[in-house]
Design a protein around this ligand. Sequence first.
Ligand code: LLP
Length: 448
Amino acid sequence: SSGAVRRADGAVEVGGVDVRALAGEHGTPAYVLDEADFRARARGFRTAFETAFAEVGAGVDVYYAGKALLTVAVARWARAEGLRVDTASGGELAVALRAGVPGPELGLHGNNKSDAEIDAALAAGVGRVIVDSLAEVDRVATLAAERGVVAPVMVRVTTGVHAGGHEYISTAHEDQKFGLSVNPGPDGGDGPAMQGLLAVVARPELHLLGIHSHIGSQILDPSGFEAAARVVLRLRADLAARTGVLVDEVDLGGGYGIAYLPGEVPLDPDRVAKDVAHAVAAIAADLRTPLPRFSIEPGRAIVGPAGLTLYTVGTVKPVLVTGDDGGTFTRLYVSVDGGMSDNIRPALYGADYHAEIVGRTSTAAPVLARVVGKHCESGDIVVHQVQIPGDVRAGDLLAVAATGAYGRSMASNYNLLPRPPVVAVADGASRVLVRRETVADLLALDLG
Ligand code: LLP
């Protein structure tokens, strides 16, 4: 975590708490969340976007994307920093509501929401349901009618812009499950996005708040946001020309990329806010339409760098490896007490992380190491490649940085490992936000 510091005596502190004390008190593996860092990033996004969009005369709401990590305390931190909360399931919605986030400050996403999820959202009076298909327009309208409410709705569209990593591409067609394409239909008539918007406008049980676009995740080049905004604002103008309805809001989604490794450069919220604000102002001027209110949904960029995972080293095994050139080298396999069950991202996406021994200092020469978990498959990798002091040994405390997003939220019980706790640190004290699972918890689910 950017909040972690190594003191002169080698001790590493996060949130003012020595990681050895954290391990002693809470055990390992453990997810450690730096509250001040989370809050600073939440605040940073809000002020960056509010300031930049105010300059062009537009308002902005920042929704924290709960899919990255949602606990009651995390939702409260987000709200305390002036963010709203984006949820993508009934479970996320329930946690946000338990945190006391008012319904109007919540959004509900999902490409296959159940009636129960939609109804729970309507019961809570959520600020927006983001509809993802034509069929869902009807379902939300029916459920709203049953409740006697008018549901505030955004239509999620796909713009042909896909971003993530370093490049974005514009494609002529979409081949993925999310949203409604802005492309015309096969006969050259209205495409799915326009059909969805018209369907919402036609339903008295629905209020069309706006248009939503999410282009990808771990984006490091802001130009994809501008390209998507251009398509969305044009669609908004087309809808206004067709129906007289000029929607009030445009959501540009999440996806702001972070640094996972030392030396990597994250997307700077101030810069992207300025770039996007100026771009949308120019686009709206071209289209001769007033600017809408905007919203964004960052998840990873707020919670990712605020989290680290603490592990204890177990088996250490040198393995002689034959390289592509036929030569051999030694790779030190460093096993820890967790693995792909607490962080699936290396196995699933080939994601890279950085690890350090944090319980002590070492003057031993660094060696090429791979940090692996305790699961029964060889793809169970925590860090593919890292230089670690050669005297690494069982009992060492190892920290993996930037695991706050999509670690705990994608955790599993593979091999029936209980999931680690989420421990918050702030001002020199730690507090358990989500307790460690136990084998008893797992046995309780098994009815025999
Ligand atoms: N809004 C929508 C509609 C989304 O689908 C997502 C992410 C976000 C916001 C938040 O994106 P973020 O700012 O966190 O990048 N499990 C993957 C990431 C999947 C993201 C899915 N949607 C990972 O671990 O990299």
